[in-house]
Design a protein around this ligand. Sequence first.
Ligand SMILES: [Zn+2]
Length: 240
Amino acid sequence: MLRNIIIKKKTILIVLAGLIVFGGLTALCLTAAITPAVASNGMTIVIDPGHGGIDGGVVGVNTGKKESDVNLGISLSLRHFLREAGYTVVMTRESDVDLAESGQPFKKSDMQARKKIIDDASPDFVLSVHQNSYPRKDISGAQVFYAPGSEQGKENANKVQSVLNGALSSDRVAKSGDYYILQCSGAPSLLVECGFLSNPTEEALLVTTEYQQKVAYALCTSIRMLLEGDIDPHEGAEHK
Ligand SMILES: [Zn+2]
């Protein structure tokens, strides 16, 4: 009998403890639910992490790391920073997949699917994220591309290039590039090759989460400069 009472007391204590923990968790959840989200600034960005799925893009000269994975890492981090700044972000992909329809010519089908996502989003800006590769291993640095003949594209690309040069210690000049993604929609679009996976030093940086976040923060700063106009251009140099 005494043993039963002790067991019952124990059971009551366990139930009480459970209720307290559950109550605490509920309170936490409710707090999270009522914490106001970042106010939307009304602008939408499409981030296009290049390649994916069976199309890995170029590969790291030492690590063999696929460009598609680096592109995705930087893009997901960029989405985080842009959301924190109030942007709505649409991704062409969020995992290691391609967008091609089976039975269709791969590259054409994959690119058309990306165009459809851009068209559906009616974005204020499109950024396609890639990594570079070159036969000479000493070539390095971030490189921004704009649509051939686009004066606005050139102006935007120069601004983004300038932020990237400051933040990532590169000294490259923005160039025009005949890329489908830059010309497939009416939205202002740029393509950035964040670095060279053929350069061992840059590759060692590009495969790390920390550096990917640094690149993403610089890209976020440059996009905000383009669309908001009052962002300190040196802000991107110090990723926190
Ligand atoms: Zn690429």
